[in-house]
Design a protein around this ligand. Structure first.
Ligand code: NAP
Ligand code: MG
Length: 496
């Protein structure tokens, strides 16, 4: 899959057929309203497909289908070994159809197809495999009660899970919600982002092929204000799992309060600090990873290391290395394996990033980038951008840009670095570079972040929980801890 040439990828892209309708009860249907919306390729500005625009009616139909499947027990009460078999088969099918899934995400939202094929697709398959393998190895509990009593503490699936996900990793964000929710025996109604619905629709079809019963996974493409809100407000949804912005995450808390008090789990934004101390062992490695930490996926990563806090004595040396690395990142056709940067998801997001850059020009020092770039005469592309001398109060140091823009600030002491790092409404991720083990422990303990990476960035695996403190969210994705979101404890007490 990874040795395909630019011509091979273009050829495969030209032959793709898209799934574009709502997927309910195991089959594709037009939206109840008959309406569609265009899915745009941001690298070219051209429409890829007309996709069904699901709204409250489609959501209601999908929830009813999910509820029927749940109550029937066909999946919710299936032998865990059977659920394992289906999820493992789905993992295989994701890999077998990997070039297609990689192309769908690349065309839909502009990421490099080579990254999609080597990171997103195996990542998704690996997570379905991990939860498939886990689910028949988890035991319930028996409480230490008095003689003549047997109190079993059972972990039960919740019922119908609504999942609302963003566009930055379309296949993977859908997977992070669906894999543990399905493994635990729930039914799911998934609403992908309007910018990137195509891979989720194909995933639902592959899940059926793997043996998932009809109605257990439903996918309703559409807009947040219609389909997303309807799912959040639905009285028969037991739990809503969201990934996206903090602003919209708060709306879901409101939807739950106004409807049935459904559980709400939120993976939201970040402004993650990457702290480089003077005693870093390998400044080249720190520069490589700082560059990856902000420019991977064009900076459209919730845990992007968008604030670089560098000890003042190292500033010039590190900036020189970072500038050299940025110079090698040249936006190009996402289908060309030689391209080192892809497109921004859409024109709106491109304008938003450019407005942050415009404002920072007068408050900080532009080191490199700062420009929109055109590829083959157009597209949504922005050069990798670095600002130094960013003061902690600037918008660039406080707001989530969600683009390839790094804000560099210096510090003098460890205390100052910790205070600056924590001076944010977010608490998703953080990185520390130091060769001093004591400092690594001291600082990681005091950083308010769901993941602290030491001498690396964005450390992440299916085995470890992912999520944030403060306004980065509530609850954790990945690992066995994600199952806490999709199950409820039931005590069964037998007197004998
Ligand atoms: P977003 O605007 O919050 O959208 C996320 C999802 O919510 C989309 O499916 C969207 O639908 C839907 N939505 C939007 N408005 C809604 C409303 N009023 N009611 C109900 N649903 C609504 O976020 P985004 O711009 O797609 O994604 C970027 C954000 O995601 C960033 O803040 C990033 O940090 C965050 N993110 C977090 C994580 C994490 O794990 N913490 C991971 C990845 C991304 P539409 O597509 O129609 O707008
Ligand atoms: Mg698109």
């Amino acid at each position: 899959m990874t040795d395909l040439s630019h011509a091979d990828w273009k050829d495969r892209a030209a032959k793709l057929t898209f799934r574009t309708q709502v997927f309910i009860d195991g089959a594709f249907h037009p939206a109840a309203s008959g309406k569609t919306f265009a899915s745009i390729n941001p690298a070219t500005g051209r429409a890829l497909a007309e996709v069904a625009s699901g709204d409250a009616k489609d959501i209601d139909r999908a929830v009813r289908s999910a509820r029927r499947a749940f109550e029937s027990g066909v999946w919710s009460r299936a032998d865990p070994a059977q659920r394992k078999k289906v999820l493992l088969r789905l993992a295989e099918l994701i890999l077998e159809n990997g070039t297609e899934l990689a192309l769908l995400d690349s065309l839909d939202m502009g990421k490099l197809v080579a990254d999609a094929a080597t990171i997103d697709v195996p990542g998704s398959a690996g997570i379905f495999q991990w939860y498939g393998e886990a689910i028949d190895k988890i035991y319930d509990e028996i409480a230490p009660t008095a003689p003549g009593n047997l109190a079993m503490i059972r972990r039960m699936p919740l019922g119908v899970i609504g999942a609302v996900v963003p566009w930055n990793f379309p296949l993977d964000m859908a997977t992070w919600k669906c894999a543990p929710a399905l493994a635990a025996g729930n039914s799911v109604v998934l609403k992908p982002a309007e910018q990137s619905p195509l891979s989720a629709l194909r995933l639902a079809e592959l899940a059926m092929e793997a043996g998932l019963p009809a109605g257990v996974l439903n996918v309703v493409p559409g807009f947040g204000e219609t389909a997303g809100q309807a799912l959040g407000l639905h009285n028969d949804v037991d739990c809503l799992a969201f990934t996206g912005s903090t602003e919209v995450g708060k709306m879901f808390l409101g939807y739950a309060a106004r409807s049935n008090m459904k559980q709400v789990w939120l993976e939201c934004g970040g402004k993650s600090p990457n702290i480089v101390f003077h005693d870093v062992k390998d400044l080249d490695a720190a520069a490589d990873m700082a560059s990856l930490g902000i420019f991977f996926n064009q900076g459209q990563v919730c845990s992007a290391n968008s604030r670089l806090l560098v000890e003042a004595s190292l500033k010039d040396a590190l900036l020189e290395k970072l500038t050299a690395r940025a110079a090698k990142l040249v936006p190009g056709d996402p289908l060309d394996p030689a391209s080192t940067m892809g497109a921004i998801v859409d024109e709106r997001q491109t304008q938003r990033i450019l407005s942050f850059i415009g404002a920072a020009r007068s408050t900080a020092k532009l080191v490199t980038g700062g420009e929109r770039v055109s590829v083959d005469g157009g597209g949504c592309f922005i050069a990798p951008t670095i600002f130094s001398d960013v003061s902690p109060g600037d918008a660039l140091a406080r707001e989530e840009v969600f683009g390839p823009v790094l804000a560099v600030t210096t510090f003098e002491t460890e205390e100052e670095a910790i205070a600056m790092a924590n001076d944010t409404i977010y608490g998703l991720a953080a990185s520390i570079w130091t060769n001093d083990l004591g400092r690594a422990h001291r600082v990681s303990e005091r950083l308010r972040a769901g993941t602290v990476s030491v001498n690396t960035v964005d450390a992440l695996s299916p085995q470890t929980p992912f999520g944030g403190f403060k306004q980065s969210g509530v609850g954790r994705d990945l690992s066995l801890h994600a199952l806490d979101k999709y199950t409820g404890l039931k005590t069964v007490w037998i007197k004998y």
